[in-house]
Design a protein around this ligand. Structure first.
Ligand code: ADP
Ligand code: MG
Ligand code: ZN
Length: 476
């Protein structure tokens, strides 16, 4: 039997505000346990939450960037459940009236563009963290994260493969980071994803029973977990066994998903409007102001790079994957006016150095000015491309401009025709046998003469000039 895979993702993204969503406590990661808490986020009786306006604005930015419609009036609801990391016994979230709905993003796999729908984006508070002690029969509760602002981006079940799921996630992640409203750190949990997956025989209209996967902390693991789960479900169906609607945890070491709990239904949560918070009224003027403030988004930047700089789509993709890298590249181009050369050096050596050290482009020791100078020095013929390959390593290690390194190492390229002519003449004189062989048709010997010139000049001779002079002087 042939199956079709159906995937829908729920993404939680932590908003980069300084303070929590309903109180003034810090949102900083870490800190002594329970040091970032107050009566409001500890859920003491009688306290009142006050909505952080910045959270609404950040959520609106994401909503507009993903083509959602913002609801002019939206409101908060209580999602009731018991867990020791949730002191109030309910999570403040949005339910019947979310901030935004009906959006989409474009996703590309194997050269095909596809629209993936976004059902809704809503605001909510995060829960705390439980820490289990392996040596003691005890667990600890840290409520620093309680009340940290999140948005949840609920996706339509439009995704048809684990690979497409990973691409969709990368697009959402990229947009959030570009907007500077989320740090995107998957390991610290600032960007996390629950993946819902089901299969159905090709041609069947109804969806199959789905499972929900959690605990994947990288794009790669989301894809792996989904691949595993699709196989597991196929095996069950092919063997006449039922698929149980449940939440399953990804185990990285095992490379498998394991059942965690049966899935709650929405009615289990007894959602009801939170009486402590007023409606959020969003007028057109506010939306226009937020729209106005949006930076250029990744897709638009990618297209502009291809058009404006005439670089391949591949280059544009790499260079715009990180907003700071795109900025760096544009600085280099502005200073040297050579977009393709700039792209080659940035994507090649610069990124390789940075990746080797896992260093951020914002802390790159080679400034955009230095790299542009180096490219200009090659263009002017002061140094050869080969010399630049050595110099750039030094530039990265020491942070010095290329001119200093060239001066210190005496690396200036020999472009003086008179000087090179003399060197070549001496070499020809010293090798009469090779000269005769070359002239009688052994053209391979041309390389021998190039090698001799480079040896005599310690690699500093301009290769183009050496070539043209040798052609002239070796000719019979
Ligand atoms: P809940 O809130 O209980 O998790 P939702 O109806 O809000 O359930 O759906 C959550 C996610 O599950 C959505 O992203 C949606 O696209 C996805 N989803 C719904 N039905 C299916 C299905 N049959 N197969 C795969 N994904 C699904
Ligand atoms: Mg859900
Ligand atoms: Zn607080």
């Amino acid at each position: 039997m042939e199956f079709e895979t159906i995937i829908g993702l729920e993404v939680h993204a932590q908003m980069l505000t300084n303070t929590k969503i309903f109180c003034n406590c810090s949102t900083k990661f870490g800190g002594a346990p329970n040091s970032h808490t107050c009566p409001v986020c500890l859920g003491m009786p009688g306290v009142l939450p006050v909505l952080n306006k910045k959270v609404v604005e950040y959520a609106m930015m994401m909503a507009l960037a993903t083509n959602c419609t913002i609801n002019p009036s939206n409101s908060f609801a209580r999602k009731n459940y018991f867990y020791p990391d949730l002191p109030k016994g309910y999570q403040i979230s949005q339910y019947a009236y979310p901030l935004a709905e009906h959006g989409y993003v474009w996703v590309e796999t194997a050269g095909n563009q596809k629209k993936i729908g976004i059902t809704r984006i809503h605001m909510e508070e995060d829960a705390g963290k439980l820490i289990h002690d392996e040596n003691n029969p005890s667990s600890y509760v840290d409520l620093n994260r309680t009340g940290v602002p999140l948005i949840e981006i609920v996706g339509e079940p439009d995704i048809r493969s684990p690979e497409e799921a990973a691409e969709y996630l990368k697009r959402l992640h990229e947009i959030l980071v570009y907007l500077e409203i989320c740090d995107g750190n998957m390991e610290e949990g600032s960007f996390r994803c629950d993946a819902n997956v089901s299969i159905r025989p090709v041609g069947q209209k109804e969806y199959g029973t789905r499972t929900e996967l959690k605990n994947m902390n990288s794009f790669r693991n989301v894809q792996r977990a989904l691949e595993y789960e699709v196989k597991r479900q196929q095996y069950l169906v092919e063997n006449g066994q039922p698929i149980i609607q449940e939440t399953r945890l990804w185990d990285d070491a095992q490379g498998a998903t394991n059942s965690m709990r049966s899935k709650e239904e929405a009615h289990d949560y007894r959602y009801f409007p939170d009486p402590d918070l007023v409606k959020v009224i969003v007028d057109d003027e506010w939306i226009a102001r937020i729209r106005e403030s949006l930076p250029e988004l990744p897709t638009a930047k990618r297209e502009r790079f291809i058009k404006e700089y005439q670089i391949p789509a591949y280059d544009a993709g790499v260079l715009t994957a990180d907003k700071a890298l795109a900025l760096y590249y544009e600085d280099v181009v502005r200073l040297c006016g050579k977009p393709k050369q700039a792209s080659n050096w940035v994507m090649g050596d610069v990124l390789r150095f940075l990746n080797e050290e896992k260093r951020d482009i914002r802390r790159c020791p080679i400034t955009a000015k230095s790299l542009a100078d180096m490219i200009n020095l090659i263009e002017e013929g002061t140094i050869s491309g080969k010399m630049a390959k050595d110099i750039i390593g030094d530039m990265y290690q020491t942070g010095r401009p290329p001119q200093d390194i060239i001066r210190e190492k005496g690396l200036v390229q020999i472009t003086d025709e008179g000087e090179l002519t003399k060197t070549i003449a001496a070499i020809i004189d010293a090798n009469p046998g090779q000269l005769a062989d070359y002239r009688s048709g052994k053209e391979k010997l041309f390389g021998f003469f190039v090698g001799q010139v480079m040896k005599a000049t310690q690699g500093k001779a301009n290769p183009q000039l050496v070539n043209s002079l040798l052609k002239k002087m070796l000719a019979p």
